[in-house]
Design a protein around this ligand. Structure first.
Ligand code: 87F
Length: 577
């Protein structure tokens, strides 16, 4: 089964990138001299140029020796892990380093992160959140202060034990998250209700010493994120913010990355142990049929406030009454560079990555075509000048546009390179286009071809980019919807998961029942009809979707036949990253 292969090869993905297309190897395929369809079209165009007919078909210039394309050599559906690795390396999104699980985010991916940052920063600042920076190192005493929450994560904390050649008296943790780094300060800063709300955010890096196989962007030892930490006077105010943030997170995925997500709440089993409750957005990777946690926004309740002694005098107390202390309500919320990996996994195809227009660092690539050995210097210059003019026009309309006027590369070679890099729209300008005062268009997402009059470039190109953006989200949303199946009976639970779906099931929301489902859906129960080759990973609850598919009926039971309790909600279950 395909999904089994994926599971195996995912496990084989080395953290140090030493597999086939690993560090630095670009396994470059030499460009085929065989003309592709577009080349043929261009050739037809070339032969129909004015002037004396060339004796034989004009040849596309052969690239010089070191100009190999970096084509993807495996299909996404055949070997997802290898495909993913080739795509991120060859599209120059990321590079491996000699530190396992730590990666270089190259400009092409870092640009996406910057746009996400700008988009989210604007929104949180409008909510009164301010940016700040707290130290990378956390003392052991501080980290241990909230034992309950750290305990489960202890194995993932990286420690600094030496400074130069001197052993430190007290080892220092490298921040895995900043609750414990920030809340001593919150205790100092928050003295009265007038100091509330306190809303601080950080854009920083964190380290979690993962022992599972690292997957670039999706699961790495160091990653970039924002972490917001706020304190409020009332539960209602904190609760409102938790949901506002979740909406902004969903907007980053849907409006920028064209990735659909389901909003919901984590079950007690899956929530952050330090939280009062955890809200989440969940994505879906169709190629493996697995869910992926996209971002979380927690209401921490008053738990941390009690631990860190963040307290104020009760502002509702009357003069003369005994002074009672009250604890603020806290939230924390985080969004990481994992989002870029989700976007790559969802939209990419056998030609490379497909980047949605709103986040692509090059939105439009202009390629001048149809220049042959027979083209006069004058005609060539006219074409190149027009190409440069198109770039200038679109740039001044606010688009991110480049002109590929490199000499010695065939149009087909250039097309493949920009397709690999995922540029959403290609404009081709050849002699015939110029004659008709148009440019030919080629969409990266669908491959659809068209043409746009030069006179209406500044209105038609942005419109086409908007269409591409909307169509990419629609395609991914339809696919997610088609793989989110309602399952009412246990007998259909595992088979439906095995068909690369996530499933909505009536569930009691009990923790032990969930553990049992995880075990039983992994196929470890004797006599259970699970294909021996089926994915062995059990299903866990991804979320209790905010939008329930239907009402839970009176007397409706939990899907787990061993449970016997009444169902409380429709819960989204799935295998997940
Ligand atoms: C790893 C080591 C130590 C996750 C960890 O989700 C502690 C932790 O607390 C840890 N891994 N977490 C949970 C993080 C909770 C929360 N922090 C702020 C977020 C969003 C941003």
């Amino acid at each position: 089964m395909a999904s089994e292969n994926v599971e195996l090869t995912m496990a084989e993905l080395n953290v140090d990138g030493s597999s086939a297309a690993g560090a630095g190897t670009t396994a470059s395929a030499t460009p085929t001299d065989k003309p592709k369809k577009q080349d043929k079209e261009r050739k037809n165009q070339q032969t129909s140029q004015k002037g004396p007919k060339p004796a034989k078909q004009p040849q596309v210039k052969k690239p010089v020796a070191n100009q190999d394309t970096k084509q993807i050599t495996v299909s996404k559906s055949e070997d997802l892990a290898e495909w993913y690795q080739q795509v991120i390396l060859k599209a120059e999104l990321l590079e491996f380093t000699d530190v396992p699980g730590c990666y270089i985010y190259l400009p092409r991916s870092y640009h996406i992160w910057e746009l996400i940052r700008d988009f989210f920063d604007l929104r949180i600042k409008a909510m009164g959140v301010e940016n700040s920076y707290f130290p990378l190192f956390i003392s052991e005493a501080n980290l241990q202060r909230e034992k309950d929450h750290v305990e489960g994560f202890a194995a993932e904390v990286a420690w600094v034990t030496e400074g130069g050649k001197t052993k430190l008296d007290k080892k220092l943790a490298v921040r895995p998250t900043s609750e414990t780094a920030m809340y001593s300060y919150y205790a100092k800063k928050i003295r009265s209700h007038r100091d509330l709300p306190l809303k601080l955010n950080q854009w920083n890096n964190v380290v979690r010493w993962e022992f599972k196989h690292a997957v670039p962007f999706l699961r790495s030892r160091e990653f970039l994120w924002q972490e917001g930490h706020t304190a409020h006077l009332t539960e209602a105010e904190a609760g409102k913010e938790v949901l506002e943030i979740l909406d902004h997170y969903a907007a980053i995925y849907e409006d920028l990355l064209a990735v659909p997500v389901v909003k919901g709440r984590k079950t007690v089993n899956e929530q952050f142990p330090g939280a009062h409750y955890t809200t989440t957005i969940e994505g879906f990777i169709p190629a493996v049929g697995r869910g992926i946690q996209a971002a979380t926004s927690h209401c921490l309740g008053q738990h941390f406030a009690k631990m860190f002694e963040i307290k104020i005098e009760d502002p509702t107390q009357k003069e003369g009454e005994k002074k009672e202390k009250v604890f603020p309500w806290q939230n924390s919320w985080g969004f990481t560079t994992r989002s870029i990996g989700v976007m790559i996994m969802i939209h990419g195809d056998d030609k490379g990555v497909v980047i949605p227009p709103r986040v692509s660092n090059v939105q439009v690539i202009v390629v001048v075509v149809g220049i042959t050995a027979k083209t006069t210097e004058e005609d060539k210059n006219t074409l190149l000048d027009k190409g440069a003019e198109i770039k200038k026009t679109l740039k001044s309309a606010g688009l991110r546009v480049e002109l590929d006027d490199r000499e010695g590369y065939s149009p087909g070679f250039k097309f493949a390179e920009w397709e690999l890099k995922g540029v959403p729209l290609r404009l081709e300008l050849g002699p015939k286009d110029l004659e008709k005062s148009v440019v030919a268009t080629a969409r990266r997402d669908t491959g659809a071809k068209g043409s746009i009059p030069l006179a209406s470039l500044t209105s038609d190109v942005p419109k086409l980019l908007d269409t591409i953006q909307a169509d990419m989200l629609k395609k991914a949303s339809d696919e997610f919807a088609a793989h989110r199946k309602i399952v009412r009976e246990w007998k259909d639970f595992v088979p439906t998961l095995n068909d690369k779906n996530v499933i909505l099931v009536p569930h009691c929301a009990g923790g032990e029942c969930e553990d049992q489902i995880k075990e039983d859906s992994a196929g470890t129960v004797p006599g259970q009809e699970v294909d021996a080759k089926a994915p062995s990973m059990g299903a866990k609850s991804l979320c209790i979707p905010a939008e329930q598919p239907e009402e839970i009926k009176e007397g409706q039971k939990c899907i787990n036949p061993k449970c016997g309790k009444d169902a409380a909600h429709w819960v989204l279950f799935g295998r997940s990253y």
